[in-house]
Write a protein that binds this ligand. Sequence first.
Ligand code: ATP
Ligand code: ZN
Length: 292
Amino acid sequence: MVAVVALSGPEQAALARAAAVESGSSHPLGLAIIAEAKARGLAIPRAPEGSAAAPGLGVSARLEDGTVTVGSPRQARAAGALTPEAEAEIARLENGGATVAVVSQDGAALALIALRNEPRADAAAGLAQLKRLGVSPVMLTGDNARAAGAIGAALGLETRAELMPADKLAAIAALPGPTAMVGDGVNDAPALAAASVGVAMGAGADVALETADAALLRNRIADVPRLVRLARAAMANIRQNLAIALGLKAVFLATTLAGETPLWMAILADTGATVLVTANALRLLRLHDDAG
Ligand SMILES: Nc1ncnc2c1ncn2[C@@H]1O[C@H](COP(=O)(O)OP(=O)(O)OP(=O)(O)O)[C@@H](O)[C@H]1O
Ligand SMILES: [Zn+2]
């Protein structure tokens, strides 16, 4: 659900401008803004030179009559674009759990656009599974602390909010023990690279896919615990197979040195070891299916 609050000039004009700046954006806010402008049947102006995105901050473009920015309240505040009335309105929207973007033109705020953040349908179940696996999930987000806190409270999840891409990286470095970072955005790329394991999710940004060690094809939180289970089973399997292969070799080396193994038996043992470790590895396919 998108709400538009006009601060200066008509609401529809601000929304159409915001949609022009976001065209080509893959950010959830950008997609919601474009969808809302289309749903209202607005004519979206063209941005002849395209838009420039600043990860974690916003996006801006030159339109015919000025430069329009759609970005975080923090960025608008730093640019001096927010009046006390605008600040009060932002606080009201964020307290309701929304993520807010400020539409400004040439340094003056035109409107606020608020998007309600809902946890993904499978988030609670996926997080519960992770906790059962002994994983402690922490949410790292660039969104405002109030909206993040609302999501965190709903999911029983520790949250760190208002993080820039570099802050996410620092948060990963500060966490104790090996860390896995799951992310889909441009903002997540540095943290994906820094984590012990970076996992890109769903139809994420290209840089996220490029920097990650693993990719989840579907946009499902439940696939994260599944990945952990499969990875653990694979590591256990590798250890078993090493033990089987080296153990058999040691046994037959010993018996051969003692002159008690006919050649055919040694060859069978060698091939037999290959069959054994392959059969053991194939069990992983069944685990994959069972985990559904
Ligand atoms: N394309 C954009 N359009 C509008 N606002 C944006 C855009 N990019 C960033 N912002 C603003 O900056 C804030 C933080 O950026 P962003 O949401 O990209 O980071 P993030 O929360 O770390 O990423 P994610 O939402 O993928 O976890 C947003 O809440 C929003 O206010
Ligand atoms: Zn965000």
